[in-house]
Design a protein around this ligand. Structure first.
Ligand SMILES: *Cc1c(COP(=O)(O)O)cnc(C)c1O
Length: 423
C-alpha cells in the first residue's frame, strides 16, 4: 500500500499534487511519501512482534538523512556497508547498539570508526577480515563484537547481480567451513563472537529461499555452534537473517511481511536468540517515485521513443538489471496507447526506463511518474554526462520538504582543480 494516488485525474503524493512539486522544484525529482515510509516500517516491525528482534534498515536502499531520521524515530537500527553510511546513521542520532556493519571489503579506517562508535556487531565475511578486526581492535584497545556471515548456498531466484547466498558469490564464508572460522574467532583476544549472519539476496518474491536458508543456519546452530561455541566460552546471541524481501514492481506477488515473519518465527522456535532483520527495498521501494518530464517524442520507421529528462544517471535499475519500473502519467491521459521506449538524455543505448512499453501517448511537457523508485534509486544515482543529481522531496500530509536540494553546476565541479602547469 502506498500514498501515490489519483485524485480527480491527477496524481498526488499524500495531499500534494505532483504537478505542483514539478512546478516548484523542477524535474527530474525524487518524491517520497512519509506516511508510506512509516507505514511500511511499522508493518514490517510489527510482523515480528512475537520474536525478540531488531529491525536494522539497510541504508544502501535509501540513505537520505530525513528518511533515516524518520526510521530512527520509529526505533529502527541500521545495516551499514561503509563508513559513509555509518556517518549518516550517527548524524540522525541512531543508537550505535542497533548498527550492524556488513560488506566484504571493510577498510581499516572504517573498522576503526565503527569500533570507536560502539556498533552492535561486524558481520564478518572472510577469515582475513577477522584477523584484521582483531589487530585493529587491539590497536585502539577495543574488542570487536562479530558475527560470521555464513553462505548457506541457497538460490534466491532473483537477478544474478543481487543474488548473494550461493556458493559462487563473493559474500560470506561457506557454512560448511565456518566452524573452523568460528574456532579461529574465539581464539582471538580482541574479537568477541556474538552472532551468526546470512543475507542471500534482494528482491526475493517467495518465502521458500528464506526458509531454506534459515533451516540451514538453524541446523548448523543447533548441531555445531551451540555446543562448540559454548565450550569455547562464546555465546551466539544474535541471528541476523539479512534483508531481501521483494516488492511488487509489475506482476510479482512477494509474500507480505506477516507471511514472511510467520515463516521465520516458526523456523526459530525453541531458540533463545535475538533476531536481526535488515530490510531495505520492502520499506522504501514503493514509498518513492521519480518524477520526470517528457522532452520529445521521436518516431523512426520501426520505433517510437519517449525522451524524458530523467535517465540512467538518476535511476539505473532498468539499465543495470533490466528491471521493470511502472510508468504512469501524472495527469491522467486518455490518448491512444502506443508502444514505445521511454528513454533518457544519456549518450548510451543502455539509457532507458522502459522498452516496448504500452503507454498512453504523451506530449512534450507531460509529466510521468516512474513508480517504485524509492529503493536503489537516488543512492545509485551518478553525475554521468555531467547531469546534476536530482533533488529529493519528502511529502508529509499536505506539506512537502526538499530534503536534498538539486545539485548545481558548481556542485558538479566541486573538488576538481586544474594544476598550475596547465594554467
Ligand atoms: C542490500 C542488503 C540488504 C538489503 O536488501 P533489500 O533487498 O533491500 O532488503 C540487507 N543486508 C545486506 C547485507 C545487504 O547487502
Amino acid at each position: 500500500m502506498n500514498h501515490f494516488e489519483y485524485r480527480n485525474g491527477e496524481m498526488f503524493a499524500e495531499g500534494v499534487a505532483l504537478k505542483r512539486i514539478a512546478q516548484e522544484v523542477g524535474t527530474p525529482a525524487y518524491i517520497y511519501s512519509l506516511a508510506t515510509l512509516k507505514r511500511h516500517f511499522k508493518v514490517f516491525d510489527q510482523a515480528f512482534a512475537k520474536a525478540r528482534h531488531i529491525v536494522c534498515f539497510s541504508v544502501k536502499a535509501n540513505s537520505n538523512l530525513a528518511l533515516l531520521r524518520a526510521f530512527a524515530k520509529e526505533g529502527s537500527g541500521f545495516d551499514i556497508v561503509s563508513e559513509g553510511e555509518l556517518f549518516r546513521a550517527l548524524k540522525v542520532g541512531a543508537d550505535p547498539r542497533k548498527i550492524v556493519f556488513s560488506g566484504v571489503g571493510k577498510k581499516r579506517q572504517e573498522i576503526e570508526y565503527a569500533l570507536k562508535s560502539g556498533i552492535l556487531m561486524f558481520n564478518v565475511e572472510s577469515e582475513e577480515e577477522l584477523f584484521a578486526l582483531d589487530e585493529i581492535a587491539a590497536g585502539i584497545g577495543k574488542k570487536a563484537p562479530i558475527s560470521l556471515r555464513v553462505n548457506p548456498d541457497v538460490d534466491p531466484q532473483t537477478h544474478p547481480y543481487i543474488s548473494t547466498g550461493m556458493k559462487k558469490a563473493k559474500f560470506g564464508v561457506d557454512i560448511k567451513k565456518s566452524l573452523e572460522t568460528y574456532r579461529k574467532a574465539v581464539s582471538l583476544k580482541n574479537v568477541e563472537v556474538v552472532g551468526v549472519d546470512c543475507h542471500i539476496g534482494s528482491q526475493l518474491t517467495s518465502v521458500t529461499p528464506f526458509v531454506d536458508a534459515l533451516a540451514k543456519v538453524r541446523e548448523y546452530l543447533d548441531r555445531v555452534l551451540a555446543g562448540e561455541m559454548k565450550k569455547e566460552g562464546a555465546q551466539i546471541r544474535y541471528l541476523d537473517l539479512g534483508g531481501g524481501l521483494g516488492i511488487n514492481y509489475h506482476d510479482e506477488t512477494p509474500p507480505l511481511p506477516d507471511e514472511y515473519a510467520k515463516a521465520i518465527i516458526q523456523g526459530l522456535e525453541g531458540l533463545d536468540i535475538t533476531l536481526i532483520l535488515e530490510p531495505g527495498r520492502v520499506i522504501v521501494g514503493n514509498a518513492g517515485i521519480l518524477l520526470t518530464e517528457v522532452q520529445y517524442i521521436k518516431e523512426t520507421d520501426t520505433k517510437k521513443f519517449i525522451i524524458v529528462d530523467g535517465g540512467m544517471n538518476d535511476l539505473i535499475r532498468p539499465a543495470l538489471y533490466g528491471s521493470y519500473q511502472a510508468i504512469q502519467p501524472v495527469i491522467e491521459n486518455n490518448a491512444d496507447k502506443v508502444v514505445a521506449d521511454v528513454v533518457g538524455p544519456i549518450c548510451e543505448s543502455g539509457d532507458f526506463f522502459a522498452k516496448d512499453r504500452e503507454i498512453a501517448r504523451p506530449k512534450r511537457g507531460d509529466l510521468l511518474a516512474v513508480m517504485s523508485a524509492g529503493a536503489y534509486g537516488f543512492t545509485m544515482a551518478s553525475n554521468y554526462n555531467s547531469h546534476p543529481k536530482p533533488p529529493e522531496v519528502l511529502v508529509d500530509g499536505d506539506q512537502y520538504y526538499i530534503v536534498r536540494r538539486r545539485e548545481s553546476l558548481d556542485d558538479l565541479i566541486n573538488g576538481e582543480t586544474i594544476p598550475a602547469s596547465l594554467q
